[in-house]
Design a protein around this ligand. Structure first.
Ligand SMILES: O=C(O)[C@H](O)[C@@H](O)[C@H](O)[C@H](O)COP(=O)(O)O
Length: 259
């Protein structure tokens, strides 16, 4: 099946004076998309990453969105997860639960955490099987363009090495073309065992927001968006993010300082 083409994906780069302004803008963007997708299809599937993203989502659980968003229609997934118990401080589920999910009325049955009883390989297989089941029940559609599951919104962070999800520049998972979910046991960012969505799934999303703050990411942002040819053998993973409809970069002043 044909993969999404760059011509189809609209890219916006939004720069803000501070992290606080990014947080305000990401909350409005997410709430607006929630309204749009709930109206169009009766649900809103949101894929979270870990890291600083959850803190940047803090405005979404405040007024006016706390009361205006139709949380009952939200479905929550993780683009990557550390294979640790769900109550471990390293768990992306725990991070999201403590900072976001526990503050809004999303039904626990709509929150798709990994099964923390499995090995990384088993957890990836089980998460993929669960996604396939949701597709079969028509809860998550398949992309007509790619044949992979199509989530409404993915909210992604990025590492200084250009990784997104747990797809690292020096690891082969970034090249996976068939699996929906894969695993890694030697992640360069600790903890080492993780599962991650693959690029075909990430790029089948309708919308992706790259939420990037802090001066330590300025060089990588420049490489990704600066318009200069990339010198390495393969582009950085962050340069390969290309959803089906719209890609929006939210940058604070520090992250955008080298553009
Ligand atoms: O589990 C993880 O580690 C993440 O999902 C990872 O992909 C993260 O989004 C980036 O590493 C950025 O992390 P920061 O926002 O903390 O810099």
């Amino acid at each position: 099946m044909a993969l999404a083409t760059p011509e189809k994906c609209k890219t916006q780069v939004l720069k803000f004076d501070s992290e606080e302004h990014v947080a305000v803008a990401v909350a409005k963007y997410t709430a607006d998309l929630s309204e749009k997708y709930v109206k169009e299809k009766g649900s809103f599937s949101v894929v979270l990453s870990g890291g600083t993203l959850i803190e940047t989502l803090r405005k979404l659980v405040e007024s006016p969105y706390k009361d205006s968003v139709d949380w009952s229609k939200w479905l929550i997934f993780w683009v990557d997860e550390r294979v640790v118990p769900l109550d471990d401080d390293d768990s992306n589920y725990k991070l999201a639960y403590d900072g976001f999910l526990s503050k809004v009325p999303i039904s626990p049955s709509n929150i798709y955490a990994i099964n923390d009883k499995f090995s990384p390989e088993g957890a990836a297989d089980e998460y993929e099987a669960r996604l396939k089941h949701l597709v079969k029940r028509k809860i998550i559609p398949l992309s007509d363009a790619t044949g992979f599951p199509k989530f409404d919104l993915m909210l992604l962070g990025m590492g200084p090495d250009g990784h997104v999800a747990s797809l690292f520049p020096t690891r082969q998972q970034r090249y996976e073309k068939k699996r929906w979910v894969t695993f890694i046991t030697d992640s360069p960012k600790p903890p080492p065992p993780r599962i991650t969505f693959t690029f075909p799934v990430i790029n089948s999303a309708s919308e992706i927001a790259m939420v990037i703050t802090g001066a330590e990411l300025a060089n990588t942002v420049k490489i990704a968006l600066g318009g200069e040819p990339f010198p390495g053998p393969s582009p950085l993973p962050c340069m390969e993010v290309l959803p089906e409809e719209e890609l929006t970069w939210f940058l604070d002043k520090d992250a955008a300082s080298k553009l």
